[in-house]
Design a protein around this ligand. Structure first.
Ligand SMILES: Nc1ncnc2c1ncn2[C@@H]1O[C@H](COP(=O)(O)OP(=O)(O)OP(=O)(O)O)[C@@H](O)[C@H]1O
Length: 237
């Protein structure tokens, strides 16, 4: 990437929790940029701080110290109202469990978001992007796990967020279904230039990233740039 533009700049960010007498560092003086349009994979063992970092980037949590810049806004200093607006306008979240509303169809689950967004895709367009045009009127219980996750992706991308933050999006899925979900994420990244960060335990997924950011004990232990990216259907794990 020539002169990449940083969407996020994380500066000396620490997050600590007090557990009785001891202070636990979930993150320790982390410095990081996420660049416009990139697909970043965050790898690291359980407890290394991946979810804490993603939640801070997405404005779901705030650091104990340090700065988190989203473009020209310091999220570390933002109040709840500003963080809520930031999340609503700029961020699509995808979690391991799909968090769909069971009494609503796929189309209606996506419509919940498109109704409050300023320039959304229609639910039908968003569901077409993830290959679910033939499942619009299915309820979550009538969909497979991978299909439910793709509805969650449609819901996240329907408002055209600048960033997509995904915490173990394939964690509950088998290999084949996981690949369909990764294809949907790669497509949103490529077609709309959505900056995407994906947490995974699965090192096999790293091959589809522009950059692989590894965490260990609350610190970034390495950042690797992939010279060539694999497409999801080439991944092995
Ligand atoms: N609310 C909390 N109170 C106390 N400690 C916490 C809290 N949230 C996270 N931690 C601790 O912070 C550290 C980092 O947690 P985090 O969930 O970010 O790790 P992770 O890399 O995402 O792990 P996993 O892969 O298991 O989800 C862990 O040691 C965890 O126990």
């Amino acid at each position: 990437m020539a002169n990449p533009v940083a969407v996020f700049r994380v500066r000396e960010v620490s997050k600590t929790y007090r557990m009785g007498e001891v202070r636990v560092y979930a993150l320790r003086r982390v410095n990081l940029e996420l660049y416009e349009g990139e697909f970043a994979v965050l790898l690291g063992p359980s407890g290394s701080g991946k979810s804490t970092l993603l939640n801070i980037l997405g404005g779901l949590d705030v650091p104990s110290s340090g700065e988190v810049w989203f473009r020209n806004r310091n999220l570390a200093q933002a109040n709840d109202a500003i963080l809520t607006r930031f999340r609503r306008e700029a961020v699509g979240f995808i979690f391991q469990f799909y968090n769909l509303i069971p009494s609503l169809t796929a189309r209606e689950n996506v419509a919940l978001v498109t109704e409050i967004a300023s320039h959304p895709f229609s639910p039908e367009e968003a569901l077409a992007l993830v290959g679910l045009s033939d499942r619009l009127d299915h309820f979550p219980a009538q969909l497979s796990g991978g299909e439910q996750q793709r509805v969650a992706i449609a819901r996240a991308i329907a408002k055209r967020p600048e960033v997509l933050l995904c915490d173990e999006p394939t964690g509950a899925l088998d290999f084949r279904t996981g690949k369909l979900v990764l294809e949907a994420l790669a497509r949103a990244n490529q077609e709309f230039g959505t900056t995407t960060a994906v947490i995974t335990h699965n090192a096999g997924i790293a091959a589809m990233a522009d950059r692989v950011i590894s965490l260990r004990s609350g610190e970034i232990s390495s950042i690797e740039v992939n010279a060539t990216k694999a497409s999801p259907d080439e991944l092995e794990w």
